[in-house]
Write a protein that binds this ligand. Structure first.
Ligand code: NAD
Ligand code: MG
Length: 384
């Protein structure tokens, strides 16, 4: 029987690629739940094509449009942010693909874990904000969390079959983004059109900006800590502009395993959906015979200070990653609306981290409060 997938964030970059994977493997997967925030047109189109059990449109003002367009089908239509959680709690699917962007993905993901559904996790912010509580709950409910983020999928694959063997460190590769090698005097003037042009991956706007500032790699270090139960000192980053090695694990004997391939998110998506089975496909293959140099270099922590701030949050723990994430989300959307400059994003995150009180062992409510307080503060300094 086909595995019934609930795609939270089906209209995004990950969501649409996941639907490509499902469409290519109708015997293996079906789309049972689809959700979108604003893009009702695409949600309707996807619903007509995949005939899910239910859909959620986050933006309630679009409810009637979706309801009417699907009135001749059996698709159940829900609207609003609460509905995301409520639908996540319905026992009608076999796996959730968490592909909402940002903090908004946390509640539905927690809800899916609560009812024991395996998670294919793209929404890294869920672990950045509340990784301790999310992983505790997943362990308590015996729910597997299979990473979709390409680096974490690579590490996950490298760890298969290693049992209790000791991991010395993991090495996350980073493409370096569109501004690799640039210095602050250049970055001060870059605009969103330029920052959105990622050299190797086509992604949603928020993660594209995070890749340009290297905040994305910092968030991924925090994500790796929780997914693989690592100490911060075990998590390293190396710039690898070609994005062929997706990440590496170095074991106690010094041996290093890597997972490689052409950069294509459909690969980690289909791996997570199909795990433990590898599904045959005809995606283009990496060809070692073609002249190709794989290079590696240290990140420029002084220029890309977001990475340093994220490492501070990784080391300090508590509510710092939550504050970092909230401030960063506000800063990125302000940059995307041309309200602040590229380097200002780092400045406002840093200031927010210095102003919101530190909590060493936050509760879930603390995380929600802290997310709200950090957003309000960051917005106030940007004067949004
Ligand atoms: P995207 O912006 O393209 O899509 C986001 C999806 O979430 C859309 O379906 C949108 O409707 C929905 N959404 C946005 N805000 C929402 C809200 N407040 N409430 C409910 N739904 C909301 O983003 P993306 O690039 O697909 O990324 C999704 C997640 O996957 C992010 O956490 C990102 O870091 C992670 N990720 C993405 C890639 C990639 O290649 N795109 C790679 C690795 C990890
Ligand atoms: Mg990644």
């Amino acid at each position: 029987m086909a595995k019934r997938i609930a795609i939270f964030g089906s209209t995004g970059s990950i969501g649409t690629q996941a639907l490509d994977v499902i469409a290519a493997n109708p015997d293996k997967f079906s789309a049972e739940v689809l959700t979108a925030y604003h893009n009702h047109e695409l949600l309707i189109e996807q619903s007509l094509k995949f005939n899910p059990n239910c859909v959620v449109i986050g933006d309630e003002s679009k409810y009637l449009l979706v309801k009417e367009a699907l009135s001749h089908t059996n698709v159940k239509v829900f609207a609003g942010e609460r509905a995301l959680e409520e639908v996540a709690a319905i026992d009608c699917y076999d796996m959730m693909l968490a592909a909402i962007v940002g903090f908004a993905g946390l509640k539905p993901t927690l809800q899916a874990i609560e009812i024991g559904k395996p998670i294919a996790l793209a929404n890294k912010e869920t672990l950045v904000v509340a990784g301790d509580l999310v992983m505790q709950k997943a362990v308590a409910k015996r729910v597997p969390i299979i990473p979709v983020d390409s680096e974490h999928s690579a590490i996950f694959q490298c760890l298969i079959g290693e049992g209790r063997n000791v991991v010395e460190k993991v090495i996350l590769t980073a493409s370096g983004g569109p501004f690799l090698g640039r210095k602050p005097n250049y970055l001060v003037n870059v605009k969103k059109e330029h920052a959105l042009q990622h050299p190797n991956w086509e992604m949603g706007a928020k993660i594209s900006i995070d890749s340009a500032t290297l905040m994305n790699k910092g968030l991924e270090m925090i994500e790796a800590k929780w997914l693989f139960n690592l100490h911060p000192d075990q998590i390293h980053v190396i710039i690898h502009p070609q994005s062929i090695i997706h990440s590496m694990v170095q074991f106690a004997d010094g041996s290093i395993k890597s997972q490689m391939g052409l950069p294509d998110m459909k690969l980690p998506i289909q791996y997570a959906l199909g795990f433990p089975q590898r599904i045959a496909n005809n995606f283009p293959r990496y060809d070692f015979k073609k002249p190709h140099t794989l290079t590696f270099e240290e990140p420029d922590y002084k220029t890309f200070r977001n990475l340093s701030l994220a490492i501070d949050a990784l080391n300090k723990g508590g509510n710092w990653p939550c504050i970092l994430n909230a401030a960063n989300e506000v800063a990125v959307y302000a940059f995307l609306r041309n309200r602040i400059g590229f380097l200002d994003m780092t400045a406002v995150v840093e200031e927010t981290l210095s102003k919101i009180p530190f909590i060493e062992k936050p509760t879930l409510q603390d995380y929600f409060d802290c997310d709200g307080a950090a957003r309000t503060f960051t917005a106030s300094i940007i004067r949004m």
